[in-house]
Design a protein around this ligand. Structure first.
Ligand code: DLL
Length: 433
């Protein structure tokens, strides 16, 4: 279902006009209200009158995660304090948290984009949504919650964790939609099987999964285990939280809520804009935010833009499923590698589960050594060891040919790799560089 056809199916030229007006407005606001941007915009020698076309956005300066940290906690606020009504943060793994401050209008934007997102996955007021994204400073819980209320769907604000209770509610309340990280959806399915609950027979029929990288393989697994449709949703704290982009029934790329968040793809080395179809770093400008609006924010996420029309009728540009991050790129003996490539390569290898852990050590020879732990299906472990050995060398060969990297594979029993209730941890880097 299309929640807001007026904006989602808008004629492209009309949308560009709208984006241009919003960008000019934003540039003026930032240059007059936020000292950090005042300086940056002045240094770039651009005035809002120099922006004639939305593509002129490339004349404006970028914002980086470091800029956000340097201005912690309130340096990027663009309105008086008393207009802020809610705050969210992401802790990240290093440094100070990234802060997003919302005005009432910002919350309206969030409600709107999350209603579009959940509707894209088929959510209506007939649905009962079990929301297992964390509530609190994390944006996942609140974002889905607001979207459900806007649609009029019933929301069960479960938050993450307490798997036994999650399963009880899933069964007793007849939840029809699940929202959580894809890794937690997999974990819940495993626990259900363990507890003898046939989740395929339950009313649950769709889910929105995001907040971490996942693959088509993982999607197929989730769809198969629950007998439901699994949709990708994307977002980040800095921009709004979840709701920046979402999949529709075509499951073929994530529609960007372009009237609110203007996307660009740039070369991460040079900062130059790239054309649709070219892989690079995703950059967002919040066209209509009031609390902490951002200009050309470098997300460090890697993907490409899809311009071709979508069968659903929306005219917004789409993001290809996220391919990795500029900062979780591993460099192993000089070869660039993303954890998502390993996950992708595990596709089609019969007998493996989509649960893996990459461990990097610097060996005695001072060379990087990569160990890939992969869970295998239960019946293989009770099998003779020859089957296991064959699978192990098959994975090593596939990795070698697909990724040009030699690694040691260790097959582990189901449920050996630690499960997470939030974002999954896929890499342990023991190198001290
Ligand atoms: O993870 C917001 C969110 C909540 C998105 C719930 C979807 C669902 P942060 O904690 O700030 O915000 O993390 C943002 O997570 O830059 C990506 O690297 C990653 N990420 C988010 N969604 C996806 C996705 C939330 N669908 C960071 N696929 C982003 C791959 C994703 N990575």
């Amino acid at each position: 279902m299309i929640f807001n056809p007026e904006y989602e199916c808008m004629e492209k030229q009309a949308r560009k006009k709208l984006q241009l007006a919003a960008l000019k407005n934003l540039t003026e606001t930032l240059a007059s209200k936020v000292p950090f941007y005042q300086k940056k915009i002045m240094e770039a020698k651009v005035k809002s009158n120099d922006i004639h076309n939305i593509t002129d956005i490339c004349k404006l300066p970028f914002t980086t995660k470091d800029d956000l940290r340097d201005n912690y906690p309130h340096g990027l606020r663009a309105c008086p304090r008393d207009r802020i009504v809610e705050v969210h943060m992401s802790s990240g793994t290093t440094g100070k948290p990234v802060v997003n401050e919302y005005t009432m209008k910002d919350l309206d934007i969030w409600r709107q984009v999350m209603a579009r997102t959940l509707s894209g996955a088929g959510c209506t007021r007939d649905d009962i949504v079990q929301n297992c994204y964390g509530y609190g400073l994390f944006t996942g819980g609140a974002g889905v919650h607001y979207g459900c209320l806007t649609i009029g769907a019933e929301v069960l604000p479960m938050s993450s964790g307490n798997t036994e209770r999650q399963l009880m509610i899933l069964r007793d309340f007849g939840s029809t939609m699940l929202t959580c990280t894809p890794s937690y959806a997999m974990f819940l399915a495993e626990e259900a099987a363990e507890a003898g609950i046939d989740i395929k027979a339950l009313p649950i029929n769709k889910g929105c999964f995001g907040a971490e990288a996942w693959s088509e393989n993982m999607r197929n697994e989730i769809q198969e285990r629950y007998n439901m449709k699994a949709y990708d949703i994307y977002g980040l704290t800095e921009i709004i939280g979840p709701g920046v982009a979402f999949e529709c029934e075509a499951q073929n790329g994530l529609h960007v809520n372009e009237d609110m968040f203007y996307p660009e793809i740039i070369d991460p080395e040079t900062g130059e804009p790239l054309a649709a179809g070219e892989k690079g770093e995703l950059v967002f400008t919040t066209l209509t935010r009031e609390g902490t609006p951002l200009l050309r924010y470098r997300t460090r996420d890697i993907t490409y833009l899809i311009e071709e029309p979508c069968s659903c009728g929306r005219t917004t540009r789409r993001l290809h499923r996220l391919l990795g991050r500029t900062d979780d790129m591993l460099i192993i003996r000089g070869v660039n590698l993303f954890p998502s490539q390993i996950e992708q390569a595990l596709i089609d290898i019969e007998g493996t589960e989509p649960q893996y852990l990459i461990i990097i050590n610097r060996g005695e020879s001072h060379l990087d050594e990569l160990e890939l732990q992969v869970e295998v299906k239960k019946d293989l472990f009770s099998d003779e060891t020859r089957g296991l050995e064959k699978l192990r060398s098959r994975i090593e060969n596939v990795m070698k040919s697909k990724l040009q990297i030699g690694l040691k594979v260790k097959l582990v029993e189901p449920k050996t790799i630690e499960r997470s209730i939030g974002k999954a941890k896929r890499v342990i880097d023991n190198r001290k560089i």
